[in-house]
Design a protein. Structure first.
Length: 94
């Protein structure tokens, strides 16, 4: 049994949310289980905790890199959490 709850985690700037929402919808339509903050964080949930859990339980991280994302502080946090618990050689695959 897989320890992954989601196939894909979408990391993005909130400024890019409409564009990334379309990507999430397309991936979901293709049968992937997608972690997307709009749909995956409980209303009263702790955002940092929910993001970390989503990263830990996702098979693949997609960094949606735009000018807005490069300026985002949280992008670096998502990458650090992603790499923290991955086996050597699987920290970041492009």
């Amino acid at each position: 049994m897989s320890s992954f709850e989601w196939d894909v985690f979408l990391s993005h700037s909130s400024l890019d949310k409409p564009r990334v929402a379309r990507l999430a919808e397309r991936l979901t339509g293709e049968g992937f289980k997608v972690w997307f903050d709009r749909d995956s964080i409980a209303t009263a949930g702790d955002i940092v905790t929910e993001v970390e859990r989503g990263l830990e339980k996702s098979r693949v991280l997609i960094l949606c890199m735009t000018q807005a994302a490069f300026a985002s502080v949280r992008r670096g946090h998502a990458h650090r959490v992603w790499c923290r618990d991955r086996p050597p050689g699987q920290e970041l695959q492009c």
